[in-house]
Write a protein that binds this ligand. Structure first.
Ligand SMILES: [Zn+2]
Length: 231
């Protein structure tokens, strides 16, 4: 069964770590890299250069010096894997993997996952760990996630606690239920943007008037009247 599977899907052994904002995806990746370091597995860490907030790969709140160095890419297929394999690398780590499904103009790319993974496998990459979102704040599923799932990657789902504000005057200011989705909201009012008005990935350029938070199903599926339009 296993050998049949590996004959059909000639990809490295891929693990896709997913979950909403603040679920600890990058932290998990960071821990994995620590394991690779201590077991002498030679890896390369990769991250899309679109919207890079930090140069390295590190969980939120960790200082840059404790982060892992990584190589930024414009398109995953453009990473010079040949040279990396020649240098002894057989493992790749990809942070913000869902963004690899878009080009620098933020247009969705049609086929990234399988051609890239098949090529990497041929060149000598044996394992890949990716961390990225599964579902966009507007409800769209990211192609990197669905392809990884469809082509046999191991999917690790992490959850967070819902950060929807309930009653700021109480001891329980946020909902805290299990959160599997992400929400984008206006910082000033705390009001979520209507899902139907959001793109899959936000337009270029960071905006300091919006925030991201993990939410439970109830606070994800809000009435339109409880939301505001994104513009
Ligand atoms: Zn909630």
């Amino acid at each position: 069964m296993i050998s049949e599977m590996s004959e059909r899907c000639q990809t490295p052994k891929v693990t896709y770590i997913t979950g909403p904002m603040s679920a600890g995806k990058t932290e998990k990746l960071h821990t994995k890299m620590g394991e690779f370091d201590s077991t002498h597995i030679h890896y390369v860490a990769l991250k899309p250069i679109m919207d890079v907030r930090d140069a390295g790969i590190k969980p939120r709140g960790m200082s840059a010096i404790d982060g892992h160095e990584c190589i930024g890419f414009d398109q995953l297929g453009n990473v010079d894997i040949e040279s990396l394999v020649l240098a002894g690398i057989d493992t790749a780590v990809v942070d913000e993997a869902h963004m690899a499904g878009f080009d620098m103009d933020r247009q969705p790319l049609s086929d990234v996952y399988l051609p890239t993974m098949e090529r990497w496998k041929r060149l000598g990459i044996v394992r890949v760990f990716m961390a990225g979102l599964d579902v966009a704040a507007n409800g769209d599923r990211f192609r990197m996630y669905t392809d990884a799932k469809d082509f046999g990657a191991k999917i690790v789902h992490l959850t967070a606690k819902c950060e929807y504000p309930i009653d700021p005057d109480e001891n329980r200011p946020t909902c805290r239920e299990v959160a599997k989705r992400s929400q984008i909201f206006e910082l000033a009012s705390g009001k979520p943007f209507y899902r139907g008005s959001l793109p899959s990935i936000l337009p270029a350029g960071s905006r300091d008037d919006i925030g991201f938070r993990p939410v439970c199903q109830e606070h994800y599926a809000l009435l339109r009247s409880d939301t505001i339009d994104f513009s």
